[in-house]
Design a protein around this ligand. Structure first.
Ligand SMILES: Nc1ncnc2c1ncn2[C@@H]1O[C@H](COP(=O)(O)OP(=O)(O)OP(=O)(O)O)[C@@H](O)[C@H]1O
Ligand SMILES: [Mg+2]
Length: 244
């Protein structure tokens, strides 16, 4: 079990947002989290990664056998957790190669030569169909929405997390880019047997992926769970079929 969340309650700015979340993710598994806007998906992602704005009031998050409720973000990253932001921030002056290299060092990854490291970046830039000159720029600075999303996938490729939480990696992507991003995530997962918690509103990205578990969140809780069949159901009926 890479992640085990039990009865998680959490507040944002004194407002109770998570109201008893239970979620288990095994090694190498692909889980999808869907649910209406404001239901708490991003808050859940932040609570797993240790965002300082999220105050856990009850329950437990266990990652790789260790209770991480009070662990700082960098220690969680060292355990193999990775969060792709729904809205990646721009950091002017932070060169991408430097950023990737320092973060990789801080994660205690095995040492590789500069040539190998640059080769790995170039391969991923190519397979993500990013322009090569982008990596000479500041992190996300002036990037298009789609380029920012791909840059997060590049980070996942370089950091090789055990569990990647991907918060809407497909939002704002064009049709081709959705496929490219999905294929890259699949490939990174395959190489490292990584687990993924993928948050999305759209089934399109799932046409290119094989999720084993679907969780639907509403009002701060996981309210429905199932296999891939749940996606078609939600697409057809919406989240609140009774009210239609
Ligand atoms: N810093 C904050 N202070 C107070 N409330 C917040 C804060 N951040 C988020 N919230 C509220 O918490 C609730 C859950 O937000 P969250 O971002 O987790 O939803 P979500 O499920 O990811 O939605 P979406 O699908 O739109 O991304 C929302 O009502 C939101 O307004
Ligand atoms: Mg969100």
């Amino acid at each position: 079990m890479i992640l085990d969340i039990r009865d998680l309650h959490a507040d944002l700015e004194q407002r109770n947002v998570l109201k008893g979340v239970n979620l288990k993710i095994g090694e190498g598994e692909l889980h999808v989290l869907m649910g209406p806007n404001g239901s708490g998906k991003t808050t859940l992602a932040k609570s797993i990664m240790g965002h300082p704005a999220v105050k856990i009031t009850n329950g437990e998050i266990t990652a790789d056998g260790k209770v991480i409720n009070d662990l700082p973000v960098n220690e969680r990253a060292k355990l193999g957790l990775f969060l792709q932001f729904q809205n990646p921030i721009e950091i002017e002056g932070m060169g991408i190669v430097n950023f990737l290299n320092s973060a990789r060092g801080a994660l205690n990854k095995e040492k590789i030569s500069y040539k190998e490291f640059m080769g790995e970046i170039k391969n991923n830039v190519e397979s993500l169909k990013l322009r090569e000159d982008l990596i000479g720029r500041s992190l996300n600075y002036g990037f298009s929405g789609g380029e920012k999303k791909k840059m997060e996938v590049l980070q996942m490729a370089i950091f090789k997390p055990k569990l990647a939480i991907l918060d809407e990696p497909d939002s704002g992507l064009d049709i081709d880019a959705v496929r490219v991003v999905a294929e890259n995530i699949n490939e990174i997962r395959r190489k490292a047997n990584a687990s993924v918690l993928l948050i999305t509103h759209y089934s399109r990205i799932l046409n290119y992926m094989e999720p084993q578990f679907i969780h639907i969140m509403a009002d701060g809780k996981v309210v429905r769970e199932g296999g891939k069949e749940l996606i078609a159901q939600v697409e057809n009926e919406g989240y609140t079929p009774d009210e239609k």
